[in-house]
Design a protein around this ligand. Structure first.
Ligand code: SF4
Length: 467
């Protein structure tokens, strides 16, 4: 019998890439590949790249330089190491990758990884294989289902892609170019995937898409279903205890989504809603297609539907033309909303995007100073949010044994890690935990006998509009 070949995937960037990496493993399993965490013993290394990262292409090429050395070393030991580049840098750079890094055998864009077996075979015959078109067929139709043991090994929480691509064309973003136009998967296909996950121990689902609340997959009634209706349907799948979705755009928050937060107990009261800037002038330059007031009104609609809802967001500081006044407006918005956490980055141009042509660059020292001020404010809000949990009882979905012996770690509704001393039998259960302390970002507590009070939590501060 031929021994299995070893596959190592190095993934960068977003949740979508984590999910794509798992599906690549599933695609290559029937070809005799098994995943390894150790790159040094791999027969095939796939770099699953992200173009959102700063200097993403240069980082990919320096990683490929290291892999060239690894390939030479493998050859000296009589092993044939194959190298593939997948993800958004593969899509953006295409043939250029093989021109600059001839060590690469396969370049595959995010819409084509279901063709990986054929591409590897083609590279074995012809030396190289590249596929970065957006194929007419839906890749999800061709991807093999993950095996039961693979699902179980990945734990009680899983991602499911329901939507890909984006038609918004924010001026700083490469997604519409690397992931293509917005497409949604049909409801029945998503439900089938979710049933299979639930049958194999998954208890929490995060529906993912670059613009997930633009979801409009065909329902069993032949009509497009919005995300809220899909969430209602998925909540009825036996075994599913928690639902989440990411990442949302403020313009696509439909009433059905708000109603799902009101009516579906499994839908967690924690929404990642990027705003990027608190200045209307900058939002217009970013082509975000919403104003600050629109954003605040959306937040108010969520809060009206569910009191204990909390938010996280994304911010870019130092977008071309951002003045001190624009930045102050961002700080004011953060103060007004009160986040449970947020990601913030300094602006850096992505080749091929309209913003990369903008000339009014903000000085590096100003960017540094603004980012530090914003992060300090967000950190203080996150700490206050976490401290507010101390002394309360909250539901926790237990995920795995912690590094500390005897501790089991899980997540609260707000994705805060929570540790208790308990037996591993509780993995996969949602149980009430009395929170007694906080260690950095982790909550420490003990299993409680009583359920948490409803709507015990509020975000650290509330918006005033509409209140
Ligand atoms: S909505 Fe999001 S994914 Fe789409 S272009 Fe804007 S930032 Fe990129």
């Amino acid at each position: 019998m031929t021994p299995p070949r070893k596959l190592h995937i190095k993934s960068y960037g977003c949740q979508m890439n984590v999910y794509d990496a798992q599906r690549m493993v599933d695609t290559l399993a029937p070809e005799g590949f098994v995943e390894t965490a150790n790159a040094e013993e791999a027969d095939l290394v796939i770099l699953n790249t992200c173009h959102i990262r700063e200097k993403a292409s240069e980082k990919t090429y320096s990683e490929l330089g290291r892999l060239r050395v690894a390939r030479e070393e493998a050859a000296r030991n009589g092993r044939d190491l194959r190298i593939a580049v997948a993800g958004c840098v593969a899509q953006a750079e295409g043939e250029e990758i093989i021109r600059r890094a001839p060590v690469v055998d396969v370049v595959v864009g995010p819409q084509s990884y279901h063709h990986l077996p054929q591409l590897l075979a083609r590279a074995a015959r012809n030396g190289k294989a590249i596929e970065t078109e957006f194929p007419a067929e839906d890749k999800f139709t061709f991807l093999p289902q993950p095996k039961s043991d693979a699902i179980r090994a990945r734990g009680v929480s899983a991602f499911v892609t329901v939507q890909e691509g984006c038609d918004k064309f924010c001026t700083f973003c490469v997604v519409p170019y690397t992931r293509g136009a917005e497409v949604s998967r049909p409801v029945d296909k998503v439900v089938d995937d979710v049933k299979r996950l639930a049958d194999n121990g998954v208890r929490e689902l995060t529906l993912i898409g670059q613009n997930v609340n633009a979801y409009h997959g065909e329902g069993p009634d032949g009509r497009p279903w919005p995300l809220g209706k899909l969430l209602h349907r998925l909540a009825t799948v036996p075994g599913i205890k928690r639902l989440r979705y990411s990442t949302s755009h403020p313009r696509d928050v439909e009433d059905s989504l708000i109603e799902a937060h009101r009516d579906v107990p499994a839908l967690m009261p924690f929404v990642h809603l990027p705003v990027q800037s608190g200045s209307d002038r900058i939002l217009a330059a970013m082509n975000r297609k919403h104003t600050v007031r629109d954003y605040i009104e959306v937040i108010d609609r969520f809060r009206h539907a569910r009191q204990d809802i909390a938010f996280s967001s994304d911010f870019i500081v130092g977008f071309p033309g951002e003045s001190a006044q624009d930045f102050s407006a961002t700080l004011a918005l953060v103060m007004q909303i009160g986040y449970a956490g947020a990601y913030s980055f300094k602006y850096s141009p992505r080749p091929g995007t309209p913003a990369a042509e903008m000339r009014e660059m903000v000085q590096a020292s100003d960017m540094d100073e603004r980012l530090a001020r914003l992060q300090e404010l967000i950190d203080s809000q996150q700490s206050a949010f976490n401290r507010a949990a101390i002394g309360t009882t909250v539901d926790v979905l237990f995920e795995r044994a912690a590094r500390n012996r005897g501790q089991i770690v899980g997540r609260t509704a707000y994705l805060q890690p929570a540790h208790v001393m308990a037996s591993s039998d509780i993995i996969g259960e949602v149980l009430p935990v009395r929170i007694e302390g906080l260690e950095r970002y982790s909550l420490l507590g003990e299993l409680a006998t009583t359920a948490p009070a409803q709507s015990a939590r509020t975000a650290p501060s509330q918006t005033t509009i509409g209140a």
